[in-house]
Design a protein around this ligand. Sequence first.
Ligand code: FE2
Length: 217
Amino acid sequence: MYLPSSRRRFLRNFTLGAAGLWVPGAFAEALTLTPKQTEGPFYPINLPLDTDNDLIRLNDSLTPALGEVTHLSGKVTDVQGNPIRNALVEIWQVDHNGVYLHKDSGNAEKRDSNFQGFGRFMTGSSGEYYFRTIKPVRYPGRTPHIHFAVKMKGRDKWTTQCYIKGEPQNETDGVIQGIKDEIQRTSVIVDFAPLPGVTTGELAARFDIVMGFTPAA
Ligand SMILES: [Fe+2]
């Protein structure tokens, strides 16, 4: 059904208002800016041959990576929730043995050669990204985490990290605790929860990224 835009706006406002959710101006400050965090030393020097968003299978390999399969998704937006498209989201993390795809990684000889270690996803108009990866494990000196970089044309590379809710080491991790704002610090610690309706033990995690600029219309 066609509705003139003023009518559509009225309906939306009416619906949200009736549910007690809509307050004029509230959306403008509703989202917490995702804190920028260090890139760290383990961004791959040589990218893997496969850089897609499925980290548990390299190219057409029949053998998947070991670890707890995790469906990691989220949305890249500005503080008002407007989706940011054409953002290249990159992740890199350790395999199930705590080893990076990097020559300087500890325990390099134990690296799972079936784990891609790095992946990329370009956001579309919804701002959403998606990766299939594994739940990160701890390695000496750090609580488990996944590194993120967001690259956009004409902007500096921006990096952050996300963490697993309930990990005791979060309390003492130097990078997390370096985020001084409590709300921002909490915003990068997310649930890795069993995927509903699935009995294979797969997990889902959602990490939204809120950037401090407004996308061009
Ligand atoms: Fe790291």
